[in-house]
Design a binder for this molecule. Structure first.
Ligand code: ADP
Ligand code: MG
Length: 697
């Protein structure tokens, strides 16, 4: 009896309830899921390579006779076995972990067959810890007839098991896989790939590539079979985002109308005029909020482009309609600063602003919660505390999430569900990390995107220098001294240490002591994650007021902190930080009219990537260019925020490697929507299935 494609994985021989639970961890629930759980790389055990024909970095099978075997004591004790074959080629097998009996088994004259990656060694090519077998007689080939697939996996699920169940799925369920993408809907570029193999053949080819197939095209996913499946996966994700947009468009949200007179008084109080870009984005947001379906708008704008005021204007429109507006920030420091700004701006209009963070004193918290629940308080600013269970809103109209890439999808969801029955609040997400256009079109298809692509007038570009700490730290301290004497304010940012807040706090404390001792007459302040919120607030308030000249800080000041008089920033161990993070940090200066400077101190040795990062920062201040570089150096990573790290995981596609396909996705999706709309749902189900719940947050 054959296995049905929609059956649970329990249907496979070798899979019981325990194993089914493990498979569920990698989102494999059904037989179809197994067919679409594709190898992420291949090993070629289909032919033996002569020892004189080895190529470095490729994994291969070799057969040779042992010439010598010895234990050497270098930097690490290792066992070296030299083998040769009749082509005259040689190879060294190197083992760091071995026992007596292994050591003894490598007798001169015996044969070894092994599989491993070839590396350039001291003398010959080497294989480190290969799979191997020693024999007295020359081994017969006994090779695989297909490339060996290696599957992405999870604890307790062996490659052998994957091979076993994919074998069963291929032989019994593959014929049930149906075509969902009509080739005539595809762009010309992909027609060839579709003609070369139908879906069943493509799956077969990816699970069990035939011996002799071009390994490079398999590894690089450029084979026809890959291209075809990658396109289908990209389409499935794009459709699932479209679907969540469609669902949202059917939901009810409060229609928020702006009160022109309130907005006018607000603008008159600001002390500056909005840039053209800010006005445009405000208009886009305002139109969203006036609709009866919930807005979901991503506002991207480089550090310092003035996103906060755009948020405030949207919140004002909410309040004008008698609804509540929430502003959530990822760190307490930033939330606190937003609270101050909003209190000033809204206070002038007679609108109260509430404050909620996890460390807010109980009594005050209770009071705020009560006012949010009975609707007395219309504006509230805070941290994650805003989404905790105890918080109830009377009539939530708008949620603004600042630096949204710092939040998980779950947290965004939580605020959505905090509304009275039947209505969903509007959402505005703000980010300083720009998303390249093609990526936005395809993978933010559920959001509307606005860009504040202009900085407020009068900003001077920050001048960035890169300096070795070992020889020049003293000069830098001298420079800090003269800056402070001229009435400038300075940030000194201490390094990231192993994600440990305690160690970072300690390093910052020591730096603060060191700098206070040498900088006579300079007021030095200290802020780090271990301080109580009251203490943090007090330090920031003194820095803002100019009582502190030099603020020694950990990366807690990374996001959002806004003190325009600060015009010099020193970052220690800049080589340890990522591009986006350095750009964010640097964005703390250059906010006033003074020429600002950023000094990146580094310690040797510098990795290739670190060099590139520092060079990029020295050369440009433009967040778009930096995001693009980040993409090139590192991959999509943080660029996609939680989408990449938390929820979207692809089976075959890779947004960086497959960038060239992204511009084709939208057009192709339109065609399919037109010609075969009934295939969309099964396509989403096939590629995304149960994960969809998380993705469509
Ligand atoms: P970000 O986009 O990084 O969140 P902020 O909203 O913190 O930027 O704004 C940075 C600084 O620029 C703040 O001090 C803000 O008051 C000021 N600002 C914002 N818009 C303008 C403008 N149109 N003209 C002058 N200053 C502005
Ligand atoms: Mg900001």
């Amino acid at each position: 009896m054959s296995i049905g494609i929609d059956q649970s994985v329990i249907a496979f021989s070798g899979v019981g309830p325990q194993m089914a639970l493990k498979l569920a961890k990698v989102h494999v629930h059904t037989v179809q899921d197994v067919l679409f759980h594709l190898p992420h790389r291949y090993e070629d055990r289909t032919s033996v390579t002569d020892l004189n024909a080895l190529l470095p970095n490729l994994s291969t099978v070799v057969i040779g006779q042992i010439e010598s075997s010895q234990v050497v004591f270098g930097r690490r004790r290792s066992l070296l076995i030299r083998i040769s074959d009749d082509t005259g080629g040689r190879l060294t097998i190197r083992m760091f972990y071995f026992n007596r009996s292994q050591e003894k088994s490598f007798q001169r004259g015996l044969w070894v067959k092994c599989f491993g990656e070839v590396r350039v060694g001291a003398k010959d090519y080497e294989m480190v810890h290969p799979d191997y077998k020693v024999s007295v007689k020359e081994p017969k080939a006994g090779l695989d007839t297909t490339l060996t697939p290696v599957y992405p996996t999870t604890d307790g699920v062996s490659q052998a098991l994957w091979r076993k169940i994919t074998d069963q799925a291929l032989s019994q369920a593959l014929p049930q896989v149906s075509e969902l993408v009509d080739p005539s809907c595809l762009p010309a570029e992909l027609q060839g790939a579709y003609e070369a193999a139908n879906l069943q053949q493509a799956l077969q080819a990816l699970h069990r590539p035939k011996a002799g197939v071009d390994l490079t095209s398999m590894q690089e996913a450029s084979s026809n079979a890959h291209q075809r499946l990658i396109m289908e996966e990209l389409l499935a994700h794009h459709f699932s985002l479209r679907k969540s947009r469609a669902v949202r468009e059917h939901e009810q949200a409060p229609m928020l109308v702006k009160a022109a007179h309130l907005e006018q008084s607000f603008l008159a109080n600001l002390g500056f005029t909005l840039t053209g870009a800010q006005q445009r984005v405000c208009a886009e947001t305002s139109a969203d909020l006036a609709k009866s379906s919930p807005a979901m708008r991503l506002v991207q704008g480089d550090v310092g482009s003035g996103k906060t005021v755009v948020a405030a204007i949207a919140m004002l429109q909410t309040v004008s309609s008698g609804m509540q507006a929430v502003l959530m920030a990822p760190t307490e420091l930033l939330a606190e600063q937003h609270f101050k700004t909003m209190s000033d701006w809204f206070g002038a209009l007679g609108i109260d602003v509430g404050w909620l963070a996890s460390k807010t004193p109980t009594k005050q918290k209770r009071d705020t919660l009560a006012k949010l629940a009975n609707g007395e308080l219309l504006v509230v600013v805070g941290t994650h505390a805003l989404i905790q269970d105890a918080v109830n809103y009377k009539q939530l109209g708008l949620v603004v999430i600042d630096e949204q890439h710092r939040f998980g999808v779950d947290q965004r969801l939580a605020l959505r569900s905090k509304t009275p029955e039947g209505q969903v609040p509007h959402q505005v997400l703000m980010t300083a990390t720009p998303i390249p256009r093609t990526l936005a079109m395809t993978f933010y298809a559920d959001l509307d995107v606005s860009s504040i692509d202009e900085l407020p007038p009068g900003r001077k570009t920050i001048e960035t220098v890169v300096i070795p700490a070992a020889t020049r730290r003293a000069d830098v301290i001298q420079r800090v001294f003269s800056a402070c004497q001229q009435g400038r304010q300075v940030y000194w940012v201490c390094p990231l240490i192993d994600e440990s807040e305690a160690l970072e706090a300690q390093a910052a404390t020591e730096t603060e002591q060191e700098l206070s001792a040498v900088l006579q007459g300079v007021n030095v302040g200290l802020v780090h994650g271990r301080l109580k919120s009251k203490e943090k607030e007090a330090v920031m308030a003194r820095f803002r007021a100019g009582d502190i000249d030099l603020l020694v800080a950990t990366t807690v000041i990374e996001v959002g902190v806004d003190v325009p008089n600060a015009s010099l920033m020193v970052i220690e161990n800049a080589e340890r930080m990522g591009l986006a993070q350095l750009h964010q940090l640097r964005g703390r200066v250059g906010r006033g009219s003074e020429q600002s400077f950023c000094i990146l101190l580094y310690q040797m040795p510098l990795s290739q990537h670190a060099k590139l990062r520092l060079k990029t920062l020295r050369e440009t201040n433009d967040g778009f260019i930096i995001a693009q570089k980040d993409l090139e150096i590192r991959g999509a990573g943080e660029l996609l925020g939680t989408r990449q790290t938390g929820s979207i995981t692809f089976k075959v596609a890779d947004l960086i490697r497959d960038q060239h396909l992204l511009p084709l996705v939208e057009g192709c999706a339109n065609q399919l929507q037109l010609k075969t709309p009934h295939t969309i749902e099964p396509l989403i189900d096939r590629w995304i299935g149960l994960k969809e719940n998380y993705v469509n947050a």
